[in-house]
Write a protein that binds this ligand. Structure first.
Ligand SMILES: [Zn+2]
Length: 312
């Protein structure tokens, strides 16, 4: 039974019987989980929050921990953020090495009967390049970038919402099916849009496109490693510059949430141009104001790829 229903039931019981113990429990439950009747969901960063909102609709209230305009790799939760997690009914995070803080609080989360969804569970993860010294995870976390893997994450989140709130199972199932269809169309657009291209080499700000590249037959090279704040060595920069020149890479991709300086430097040295490519680790306030979302940004990404790879 969803906790809010249980609380309403107990409230009725309190009025009927004035059971002091039950009323005290009720006060505690409301203090713990808020008085809203909506299922309280805390999501770590943008794609997790967006997928949860698409599935949960009006039945859930989503709190996103990593705020707009910031990227999640170097995010550390504040004590208030952890308190928000402990007040929630459901915690949604990507896993695969991205939110190590969430793995660390699992026993506490379990003891508070919070449903934890690690959305990448069950997905075959890519191992990190051992030379990527600043990356602290053995796996590449960027699974959400591949629409087909995003579908798997949507399914995991749907199952978590149903486990916490089985009364709305039908709604969560229908919403997840509808969103999955949109992701399948997006996948088909990527396949057809990238069929006839002159090149398949992309050079990006950080190595966020491994899963997307594998799905659509591209070769992705990150200037930085799996984390955008990992500084490439002068040797690595020289290698990338040589690669760009040898393979006539015409465009270097930069990101909105990461300084474009390295991308610009390589572009300048190789007479390439720069073009935006969004790893969807967070939207900016401007992007949110423009109504952008996971699907629309991925369509922008596909347009950028088609320009950069000279697709017809
Ligand atoms: Zn990343």
């Amino acid at each position: 039974m969803k906790l809010s229903r249980l609380i309403r039931l107990l409230a009725a019981l309190c009025i009927l019987t004035i059971t002091v113990g039950g009323c005290m429990w009720l006060a505690h439950a409301r203090a713990n989980h808020g008085s809203s009747s909506k299922l309280q969901v805390v999501a770590s960063f943008y794609p997790m929050a967006e997928f949860a909102r698409q599935i949960g609709g009006n039945n859930i209230q989503v709190t996103q921990l990593v705020k707009p305009g910031t990227e999640p790799h170097d995010y550390d939760p504040s004590p208030q953020d952890i308190a928000a997690v402990y007040k929630a009914n459901v915690l949604v995070y990507n896993g695969a090495g991205l939110e190590r803080w969430a793995d660390k609080i699992q026993s506490e989360v379990r003891s508070r009967h919070i449903v934890a969804v690690r959305a990448s569970d069950g997905i075959q993860l890519k191992t990190a390049d051992p030379s990527d010294i600043d990356n602290q995870s053995p796996t590449d976390p960027h699974v959400w970038m591949d629409p087909m893997l995003a579908i798997k994450e949507v399914s995991a989140i749907k199952n978590g919402l149903i486990a916490a709130d089985p009364t709305h199972q039908a709604t969560y199932t229908v919403n997840a099916e509808r969103y999955t269809k949109q992701l399948q169309i997006l996948d088909a657009d990527f396949h057809s849009g990238l069929t006839t291209c002159q090149s398949h080499n992309i050079v990006t700000s950080h190595q966020a496109f491994g899963y997307l590249a594998a799905e659509y037959g591209l070769q992705a090279t990150g200037i930085a490693g799996l984390s955008p704040d990992s500084e490439p060595s002068p040797e690595k920069l020289a290698q990338i510059t040589d690669f760009v020149t040898q393979h006539h890479v015409g465009y270097i991709f930069f990101e909105t949430l990461v300084s474009p300086k390295l991308a610009q430097t390589i572009a300048r040295e190789t007479q390439a141009q720069t073009i935006a490519f969004n790893p969807l680790e967070g939207l900016t306030d401007d992007e949110i104001a423009q109504g952008k979302n996971y699907i629309s940004v991925q369509k922008d990404n596909l347009r950028a790829l088609r320009t950069a790879l000279h697709c017809t």
